[in-house]
Design a protein around this ligand. Structure first.
Ligand code: GCB
Length: 606
């Protein structure tokens, strides 16, 4: 355990008393398809490195913390308040704080947000605060009353505020703390910038008293013509009717809700066109239950494995992909707009990709919606990254929570093909037990997608690589990362490498690559040049094509991204430069190498 920084920081005991940290949050599935009152825009902000707004000098939770949003009335007002939101500068939501104010670039700690909202309550409606993401821990209050708290910086969650919102003006306060924690998911080490704050959109969402809380509609693997699944209704009476319809095919079904609030749905529309990269057919799907309705847009596909093959809609597919971080193109910072998403996925399509690995955490929902529309198969991941505290059951609970939130939000996205439970974890018995439990959890939540993880590979001498991490047994598809030519050997080391893969399962090379600075030219033997990076691709592609189990690639990475580890002045300057494209949008030579291979049908199979 590491010593907490700052007098007001949450120490180990307080942290334990807070456990489980997440309280009163849920996931309203399909929230982005419901009418919303956006809370995006300018919020007042107070930087609070000692978290003095929440904790007293003896580290007790304050009764009259800054969440009360009280204000000193000026000369003559003898009450004592040592903060004032109304006189504090603003930050934009959605947005990481680091790229909005120079003094917050390296900030890791607590920060307060406040804004006013005019509201007219409607009888018979419930209201939720819909938070796209808040990195890493967050607390929310409405009119001084606490409504929820949440842990996990990349998942979307909802917090009910019906009882606290009143007619007229309301004050909404959030505290967000992005301090890295030994028992966090992720933990202290990550090769990406720890962007803090309300990094994605925030909105109020109204639903009827009895509402559709979740649903899972997919086409069955056996016939690939029957749509089946369930709709979950909160507050429904047993026997209440639910309907699902696809107007375009004049098809649908009605079903009744059981005692558990769930209605099983099954129907076989005539002429159902399946979703696939290159033919991303989406249908309008109307879900109704009592007074509630959600108007979805969904695609239907099947994905499964057969021996070492990946089958999409029953046919073998090779995944020509690329890894993507949620780093915003051209301006840096966290991705949060349609424009960011269109730029990144547009580049992936230009590259000839049919698949993207959204590393290393769930991305903005705009991203998976766009992947649905553009026809890119998605690998979605939770930040079980490197050496998190695998021996701590509380950490397993946090990882499971993030998995639940990720899958609840995206289980109806046609683009999602793979749920990844980890990246480059150390092979220890505690790790294997932890991740085997996560794999089982995925299968409880979603049987329609494949379970994967990016494993480390083992070197035997200089010319042999072995993939035999015991975690492979728990996966449907084995992901593996390797950096021949960058962290070890030279680009041409790949030419004579011999690979042994110990599973009869499909393998995705989830990462390979090397750094190159855009505009820096030289010999293919000179590290940091575009030519060196391109040479890595030139030697990797033929090597990987010879491994019989390989069914896909997602090299590291589409675009350069900010990373605290990467400091070499003049070359990195806090950027990991393994992008095919620079953070300013310049395509490097390696982009052309991979594009040529992909457009030439690398790996074939579809
Ligand atoms: C990896 C990690 C990725 C890093 C990359 C690198 O293996 O999965 O997060 O950024 O290597 O550049 O070293």
């Amino acid at each position: 355990a590491q010593r907490p920084a700052g007098a007001g920081e949450v120490d180990a005991t307080v942290h334990a008393a807070d456990a489980p940290f997440t309280e009163n949050t849920t996931v309203l599935e399909g929230a982005d398809r419901r009418p919303q009152t956006s809370l995006d825009g300018e919020w007042r902000s107070i930087v609070d490195p000692y978290f003095a707004g929440l904790y007293s000098f003896h580290h007790e939770i304050k009764k009259d913390g800054w969440f009360k949003d009280q204000r000193w009335g000026g000369v003559g007002d003898n009450r004592l308040f040592e903060y004032d939101f109304a006189k504090s500068p603003t930050l934009h939501v959605p947005g990481d704080w680091n790229t909005q104010r120079d003094s917050l670039f390296f900030y890791e700690g607590a920060l307060w947000y406040q804004r006013d909202v005019e509201w007219t309550p409607v009888a018979g409606k419930r209201v939720f605060l819909h938070v796209g993401s808040a990195n890493y821990k967050s607390w929310f209050w409405v009119n001084g009353e606490k409504v929820c708290q949440h842990e996990g910086g990349f998942t979307t969650f909802d917090c009910e505020v019906t009882a606290q919102l009143k007619a007229g003006a309301n004050s909404i306060v959030a505290a967000v703390n992005n301090q890295r924690l030994p028992d966090g998911v992720p933990t202290l080490e990550t090769d990406w910038w720890n962007y803090g704050g309300l990094t994605r959109s925030v909105a109020l969402v109204e639903v009827p008293e009895s509402y559709i809380a979740g649903y899972d509609l997919h086409v069955d693997r056996a016939t690939r013509t029957k749509i089946e699944g369930w709709v979950q209704v909160v507050g429904a009476k047993a026997g209440e009717r639910v309907s699902v319809s696809l107007p375009e095919l004049k098809a649908g079904a009605t079903a009744t809700v059981g005692a558990d609030g769930r209605a099983a749905v099954s129907f076989a529309p005539r002429g159902l066109e399946l979703w696939a990269p290159g033919a991303p057919k989406l249908y309008k799907v109307d879900l109704m239950a009592g007074k509630d309705a959600i108007h979805e847009e969904m695609g239907f596909k099947t994905i499964e494995t057969r021996g070492t093959e990946i089958l999409l809609n029953g046919k073998p597919i090779f995944l020509r992909g690329i890894c993507i971080h949620a780093e915003a193109p051209l301006r840096t910072g966290r991705v949060n707009s349609e424009k960011d998403v269109d730029t990144l996925l547009g580049w992936a399509q230009e590259l000839g990709a049919n698949y993207v690995r959204l590393a290393h955490y769930p991305h903005d929902e705009k991203m998976t919606r766009a992947a649905d529309r553009m026809g890119l198969l998605v690998w979605s991941e939770i930040p079980t990254y490197w050496a998190i505290a695998f021996d701590n059951p509380a950490v397993l609970a946090k990882a499971k929570q993030q998995l639940h939130e990720e899958i609840a939000r995206d289980r109806n996205k046609a683009s999602i093909g793979l749920w990844s439970i980890a990246n480059e974890t150390p092979s220890t018995p505690a790790r294997t037990q932890f991740l085997t439990a996560l794999a089982a959890e995925v299968r409880l939540l979603d049987r329609e997608r494949l379970v994967t993880a990016a494993l480390l590979v083992r070197g035997v001498g200089e010319h042999e690589k072995v993939v035999d991490d015991p975690l492979g047994a728990a996966l449907d598809v084995v992901g593996m990362n390797e950096y021949i030519g960058w962290y070890e050997g030279k680009p041409e080391t790949a030419d004579t490498m011999h690979w042994t893969i110990k599973y009869d399962k499909p393998v995705i090379v989830s990462e390979f690559g090397g750094e190159g600075k855009a505009g820096l030219h030289g010999a293919a033997t000179d590290r940091w040049t575009e030519e060196y990076e391109a040479a890595i691709y030139q030697h990797q592609l033929p090597m990987l094509a010879k491994i019989p189990q390989v069914r896909g690639l997602s090299p590291w990475i589409l675009m350069d991204f900010r990373a605290p580890y990467r400091q070499l002045p003049g070359m990195q300057d806090y950027f990991n430069r393994k992008g095919l494209i620079s953070d300013q949008g310049q395509k490097k030579a390696a982009f052309g190498v991979l594009q040529k291979a992909y457009l030439g049908g690398y790996g074939k199979a579809d």
